[in-house]
Ligand binder design. Structure first.
Ligand code: ATP
Ligand code: MG
Length: 564
């Protein structure tokens, strides 16, 4: 592509509304433009990189037996009402005039196809995938294409006979994902994750560590334990039993509301305080006990309760239910509440908690003796530096970006949408499904987050829109024009994709700056000085290393460097 004819609107200034490096560079290098919040137009250079990514995705999906589809983005609303996902917040955009929704993912449509055409065990297994536009009602799209309201996803779905077969499809995807991200030059890690809006029995995310990430993860440098904070656990110590069997005693604690105030007032360690948090779970009152100032993790709570709706209880209602204001609620003799507790408190005694009487607390509480705890679960949000649950090394909490996510869905969608098959004995069984997604733009943006410098993007050759950027230093010099055109033609004849800066009346400095900003892996610089010795310069963008090569050898030399 000749830059004199190309539409690559580069800009020197950092766009004011772009706060993270990949967003800034994707705008500055003319890869895309924002049409409206979370909606981007991909310009030719950006789209070329996306096509490269999509080709890698396609090859690796085909390698595990995937078959490519193209499913509609417009879906009948009724299908989403059937699976109960019509009203998930932040998920679905609707086209009210026609009772349609813009699909945020495609489990529903896949299940609809499966319900019509999967009949016998002989029809299974299947892996179906597509690369298609998704729409999501993201509340605050920022960070450029990392979180758009419209984006392209490679989504695939496995349909299997049994859960064991699902394990294989899931593992095949994990292997394919590792290959995809490695081929794209991404430094990634894998974490245990929560299944969120997808539901199901197991899930894993592929992440890149990045200051720009909206996810937080806990990482162990020693044993490679890695988990999303939604599910991360640690070996935080249990609250020890203290061996004295004192009776429960009420104490007056006027105006003491918080755990910090209570610890100061009673002069006890925070860990001896049992904090009571109250919710309605599926409409029924629930009290959750946490040790001291431990933070409750709502994803873990939701998982411990096996899903369902969780709502907070308003202050007015709370007093009616428990007989006390918020700061004085506690588990002893509390009527009408289910009680669960964090596992740090399992079997603990000598605790202080609310007395269910405003401005009073109880001390010497023994959870085994005085409270009917329905179950102890890991419910707390872990903190930086706590011991790794596998090896005890201090965990580091980092920001990360989710590149891809794989889920074991099980029979959730098959049950609702009637996707079933007849097994060898003629018995009807539900199809066991999996769901697997990778965001195409996110992959590009993550690569740029990881591979850039102050001058611009540094493309890995797998994703680079062009392999080489030929620079004719001046178009006023006949020899430069001749030789640069000749090299550009040789590259084309050899199937090497090249950009050619043949712009007249653009200063060399400007051309060099643009070449670094656009970031193709190699630059071939054709200038006056080199030509005097029949040489041109090859520059490696990543390291800045430059090499003078004879004009006759440039193609051979470049190919060698491209294959390194
Ligand atoms: P997140 O937790 O970041 O909101 P998600 O869990 O909703 O993502 P999935 O439903 O697992 O995402 O979608 C699969 C993949 O699609 C994600 O791993 C990500 O790469 C991509 N993706 C999801 N939402 C967006 C978005 N709003 N913009 C760009 N890519 C996205
Ligand atoms: Mg996810």
């Amino acid at each position: 592509m000749r830059l004199s004819k190309a539409f690559i609107p580069t800009q020197k200034e950092i766009p004011a509304d772009a706060t993270i490096p990949s967003h800034q560079l994707m705008l500055r290098a003319g890869l895309m433009r924002q049409l409206t919040a979370g909606v981007y137009a991909y310009l030719p250079l950006g789209y070329r990189a996306m096509l490269k990514a999509m080709q890698i995705l396609r090859e690796e999906m085909n390698a595990i037996g995937g078959q490519e589809f193209f499913l509609p983005a417009l879906n009948p609303e009724a299908l989403w009402i059937q699976t109960g996902r019509r009203n998930i917040p932040n998920f679905i955009l609707s086209v009210k005039e026609r009772d349609l929704v813009l699909a945020p993912t495609h489990e529903e449509v896949i299940a609809w196809l499966g319900s019509m055409h999967i009949q016998s065990y002989k029809d299974l297994p299947q892996i179906w995938y597509q690369m298609q536009t998704k729409f999501r009602n993201e509340p605050r799209p920022r960070s450029g294409v990392l979180r758009g309201r419209q984006f392209i996803m490679k989504d695939s779905y496995s349909l299997d006979r049994t859960f064991e077969d699902l394990d294989k499809s899931y593992e095949d995807h994990a292997v394919a994902y590792r290959k995809i991200f490695s081929r794209c030059g991404l430094k990634f890690f894998e974490v245990k994750a929560s299944s969120g809006a997808m539901g199901g029995t197991g899930s894993q995310e592929f992440m890149v560590e990045s200051e720009s990430g909206e996810d937080t993860v806990a990482l162990c440098a020693k044993c490679q334990y890695a988990a999303n904070m939604e599910v991360a656990s640690s070996n935080a110590p249990k609250i020890e039993r203290i061996n004295d069997a004192k009776p429960v005693e009420e104490i007056h604690t006027p105006n003491v509301r918080t755990i910090d105030q209570l610890a100061a007032f009673l002069k006890v360690d925070q860990s001896r305080l049992a904090k009571s948090l109250v919710y309605r779970h599926d409409g029924k009152p629930l009290l959750v006990l946490m040790a001291g100032n431990d933070q409750l993790n709502e994803s873990k709570l939701s998982a411990a309760l096996g899903g369902g709706t969780l709502e907070t209880i308003e202050a007015g209602q709370l007093e009616a239910l428990s007989g006390a204001e918020g700061g004085s609620i506690g588990p002893v003799d509390l009527k009408g509440f289910r009680i669960i507790a964090d596992k740090r408190l399992e079997g603990a005694n000598d605790l202080v908690s609310g007395a269910n009487r405003t401005d009073y607390h109880l001390k010497n509480i023994d959870l085994q003796r005085d409270v009917k705890v329905e179950g102890y679960f890991d419910l707390r949000t872990i903190e930086n530096g706590e011991p790794c649950p596998q090896c005890g090394t201090k965990l580091k909490i980092s920001h990360a970006i989710e590149l891809g996510h794989i889920f074991k869905l099980g029979t959730k969608y098959a049950d609702v949408l009637n996707v079933s098959y007849l097994d060898e004995n003629g018995e009807k069984k539900p199809v066991v499904m999996g769901s697997y997604g990778i965001g195409v733009e996110r992959m590009i943006a993550c690569h740029i987050e990881q591979s850039r410098d102050e001058d611009g993007i540094i493309w890995d050759k797998a994703l680079a829109p062009y392999a080489v950027h030929v620079i004719a230093v001046s178009m006023n010099n006949k020899d430069i024009v001749l030789i640069s055109n000749q090299i550009y033609k040789q590259l084309a004849d050899d199937g090497i994709e090249a950009l050619f800066d043949d712009r007249p009346n653009v200063s060399p400095g400007f051309k060099f700056k643009d070449a670094d900003l656009l970031g193709m892996p190699f630059q071939i610089i054709v200038g006056e000085k080199g030509l005097k010795n029949n040489q041109v310069e090859i520059k490696r963008r990543k390291t800045g290393e430059r090499k003078l090569v004879a004009i006759a050898d440039v193609l051979k030399e470049l190919k060698k460097m491209l294959h390194e």
